[in-house]
Design a protein around this ligand. Structure first.
Ligand code: FES
Length: 154
């Protein structure tokens, strides 16, 4: 089993020893190149595939944008890919509705019907749009809190 893990920078790297222990090949990637190789997990995956590694299946877990591009890449090479939609789950009981997504044209809930789905069937754009639905509200609230904090400090 090969593992590729990506982080923004060295100070955010976690479980490196565990990844190494659990895989026959481990590739560490960072956005800024402060640990491992500089680049994205998709860069590493593409390099391995083009170097001749054969994969029966790819499992992707992480931010939606990363999973979207991993799935787009593996689709090009015809590699079965499972994406874990845990990142969009909130209560995990089927009650909140936050994990609703479209897979293969059908509406499903990550916590009840998944969380693992055929990555090539997931509508990642819709899932990401749903995640951004309250972005302006969240930004406004964060700024309000920050402004209050600034007043308390003064
Ligand atoms: S996480 Fe709330 S319905 Fe699935």
């Amino acid at each position: 089993m090969h593992a590729i893990a990506g982080f923004r920078s060295q100070d955010l790297v976690i479980l490196e020893d565990e990844f190494k222990a659990a895989s026959s090949k481990f590739v560490l990637m960072t956005d800024d190149g402060t640990a491992g190789k500089k680049g994205l997990v998709t860069d590493a995956l593409k390099e391995l595939i083009e170097r001749g590694e054969k994969y029966d299946e790819v499992i992707t877990i992480g931010p939606l944008i990363m999973m979207k591009f991993v799935c787009a890449l593996t689709k090009q090479y015809g590699i079965k890919t499972v994406a874990s939609m845990n990142p969009i789950m909130i209560d995990g009981t089927g009650m909140c509705g936050c994990c609703r997504l479209t897979v293969g044209g059908k509406t499903v809930f990550a916590c009840v019907d998944g969380p693992d789905f055929d990555g090539h069937q997931i509508d990642f754009d819709e899932a990401m749009a749903r995640g951004d639905m309250y972005k302006s509200f969240e930004t406004k609230k964060r700024e309000e809190v920050c402004n209050l904090f600034k007043k308390e400090v003064q």
